[in-house]
Ligand binder design. Structure first.
Ligand SMILES: O=C(O)CCC(=O)C(=O)O
Ligand SMILES: [Fe+2]
Length: 303
């Protein structure tokens, strides 16, 4: 398949495409950028191989799609690059080996994330994405109707972090950074995509509790809904090479970094684009309950 500006090679049936013939370090025209954006919304995650981007180039490319966040609401930035989240897993395994949508605990979760690979193990360390529009479409009508009405609290608080006795000191230290400020937001379980109008099943790793249900009921329903997200048919798995760049629509996907490479090094860096306030199908917006995302979104900082 090809567009006017580049070739498009779908990677799986329902999600993911490789974009061939674009140098992301070049000064791309507005037309190329808008074609990339169109394919991002269509395929949910797009991949570019053999790129020569450095951190500055990655930030510059991200800025073509919107405002860029600071690295993370709680995790310090990469020195000299306030916008870069350094995921230097070094000789410890990835912490992102759970299904999640990035940063949904704030009221304006990212539009998208752009990940650049610096070091990749010879085998293992793949990442999987799931199409959460397809997940919604797979729900039987009655479940869809139920999901349409639900709202849920997302949070970065790991209730069990301090209590768990079997955690290593390193994991405890990591969780302390990650949860140093607690954020909580009420989001619709079904949100409307601001660009495509598609309905999205919006849950993922930071969802804690469906409003109005008991913890057990909420857990059971979330598990059931999540099973539609992780159906293999709704996923794509990417085998990284150094120089690859992945760009996902964080509004319409979940992802999972596979922790199967033992103590081999793996190093990736993420730049994240500011998103908007999610809207449910009834037109109501998400609402922050705890925490102030202005520390994360530069334009919200008031002097
Ligand atoms: O390491 C990866 O492949 C993905 C990590 C992750 O979850 C992220 O960058 O948001
Ligand atoms: Fe992530």
């Amino acid at each position: 398949m090809s567009s006017q500006y580049f070739d498009i090679q779908p990677v799986a049936g329902r999600i993911g495409a490789e974009i061939v013939g674009v140098d992301l370090s070049a000064n791309l025209s507005d037309d190329v950028i808008s074609e990339i954006r169109k394919r991002l919304v269509q395929y949910k995650v797009i991949f570019f191989r053999n790129q020569q981007l450095d951190a500055n180039g990655q930030v510059a490319f991200a800025r073509r799609f919107g405002e860029v966040t600071t690295a993370h609401p709680t995790v310090p930035s990469f020195p000299g690059h306030p916008e870069v989240l350094d995921l230097n897993y070094g000789r410890t395994a990835t912490r992102a080996n759970n299904w999640h949508t990035d940063v949904t605990f704030v009221d304006r979760p990212p539009l998208g994330s752009i990940l650049r690979t610096l070091v990749i193990p010879p085998s293992g360390g793949d990442t999987i994405w799931a199409n959460t529009v397809a997940a919604y479409q797979d729900l039987p009508t009655h479940l869809r109707n139920l999901a349409d009405e639900l709202w849920a609290v997302h949070s970065n608080a790991y209730d069990y972090a301090e209590a768990a006795v079997d955690l290593s000191e390193e994991t405890k230290a990591y969780r302390k950074v990650f949860t140093s400020t607690v954020y909580e937001t009420l989001h619709p379980v079904v949100r409307v995509h601001p660009e495509s109008g598609e309905r999205i099943l919006f849950i993922g790793g930071f969802v804690r509790q469906i409003k109005g249900l008991s913890t057990t009921e909420s857990d059971d329903i979330l598990r059931l809904l999540q099973s539609y997200v992780t159906r293999p048919e709704n996923t794509v798995r990417w085998r990284w090479q150094v120089g690859d760049v992945a760009f996902w629509d964080n509004r319409a996907t979940q992802h999972y970094a596979i922790s199967d490479y033992g103590d081999q090094p793996r190093h990736v860096q993420r730049v994240t684009i500011v998103g908007d306030l999610p809207v449910g199908i009834d037109g109501k917006h998400s609402e922050a309950i705890k925490g102030d995302s202005s520390t994360y979104i530069p334009s919200l900082v008031t002097a």
